[in-house]
Design a binder for this molecule. Sequence first.
Ligand code: PNW
Length: 503
Amino acid sequence: MWGLKAVATSLLVCSVLGAQNFPPDFKFGSASSAYQVEGAWNYGDKTPSIWDVFIKNDPSVIIDHSNADIACNSFHDWERDVEIATELGLDYYRFSISWPRILPTGKQDRISEYGMKYYNNLIDALLEKGIKPVVTMYHWDLPQALQDWGGWLNPLISDWFENYARVLYSLFGDRVKTWLTLNEPIIFCELSFNTGKHAPGLASAGEGNYICNKNAMLAHAKAWRVYDKEFRGKQGGKVSLANQYIWLEPRTNSPIDVEATKNARQLMIGMYSHPIFSKDGGWPPVIERIVAEKSKEEGRFLSRLPGFTQEEIEVIKGTYDFLGFNFYTARAVNKAEDGVDVGEWPLSGSKDLDIQLTMNDEWNKTDAEWLVEYPVGLRRLLNWLKNEYGDIDILITENGYATNKTIIDDQARVNYMKKHLEQVLLAINEDKVKVRGYTAWSMMDNFEWCDGYSLRFGLYEVDFKDPKLKPKPRTSSHYYTNVIKHRSLDFDDTTSNIITDEL
Ligand code: PNW
């Protein structure tokens, strides 16, 4: 109930939070990815991606033994997706292009008519509604044809990716002005090659993930450079990548844990950002040194972390027009006691650094095992990034909340979104971090990788048993529509009224 005390507290909260309005040019979007929504896995000349093959080989890799053969049926029902994006009032819609749908061999020898038509339709329809397309080139669905040649472990992948990027710029760059090369390389390198839980499931902890990391940095850089050299002049867009950052804080104030946390941030954030965004480029020096020492102790002549040549460092350094990242969660860091098994996730490098990443009991749990809520971490992260890499324009490319139930009145998601947006506002207004936009993951429930359809992130609910697959708006969709409409967190709204912890 709104007692006097609650009202007073809320006024206090408002004044402490400062202005509740977003800058007039701040942009709001929502996101999806090809594999998670499109379905039509073998339509026309599309060839299988590594995820198609991974699941078909062993359906038990997905918790509910489901697959994404149909998913949200977005390939056939893109008009419905545009309608939802319009209903939400989005400034932009972030979606990804399926590499094997547009280039069935993975190479440039054949461009699919079906693929071109689908993405052209989607892009044109969005633009007609005044919604900008923000396009991810790679959201984990590598053509199996390229996996057969080694995929992310083959150094040639960066050239294959450069060619793929060139195709995308020439086909769609007249209308797409914001590109994200890779989605969360840390996740596709770690989960594919460290734990092996993601396609192609080739666990080789402490090796494969580092090789993938290097190749991913080069792939991103080459795609950015092609744009810069061949397309920027006539197309005038911007290119970056969508990294995954988990905010890390020391478990205790002991100098040992504080030091461990500094190193852990270089592992979690730096390995995918230092080569691109730092002044010096290359690997974070501390990680390069520690992995080299460990490798030597193991009797190896070569570090498990492959080095960059000076030329590679220069190729990668500065390949950004803004900084994009996905934010969901946080971990506490402590130095592992001798002999303690630090576990396999989130990072195989935890073993190299002798650190443990754990959850803090004070952070709210969600239905996703890995997702604990720590919105303050987002503001701290934004400040850390500004200190570490400079005053770069930032786009939050994903942020979202999971439930394992179908639930229309998703107050918990509304709360999560509101608390994160409050921290974004504080970072903009108080800390002067240049956050330019926020992306809600996800526009509608979709295929949540190894969690199948058991975890839901959507602003719209999808009943996957209903052949029509008609999404229903959740309370969070009304809330987000209001935020976008008012460009503020301060509005009177009964459909998405929030009971926050403070009240
Ligand atoms: C992201 N973590 O994955 C992906 O970009 C989406 O495709 C996915 O659906 C969404 O977030 C929700 O899971 C993540 O462990 C995977 O911190 C793992 C983590 C974060 C994001």
